[in-house]
Design a protein. Sequence first.
Length: 90
Amino acid sequence: MVDQAGRLETATVKAEAGSNIVYRFANDTEAAAAIPTGSGDIPNLKQVIASMRDTGAGELTALLENNRTISTSAPSTIPRDGEEWFVVEN
């Protein structure tokens, strides 16, 4: 019975730690510190969204800047992380 109680206590502690990580991931502010986990610190959801927004804004700016200098009769591509975006006339 002692072994079973010890395992239950260990499982409870791990569940509480996991619950705290999920709570912080969902509710921390963008300015909050990274969330410590057993496998390393992770950003919270607002930080992830801000990073995606900033990255997307930079890529969109590059796309628009490049598109202004492109001849409308010639198809062109923009390299991005080993891939290419095709600029399509509208």
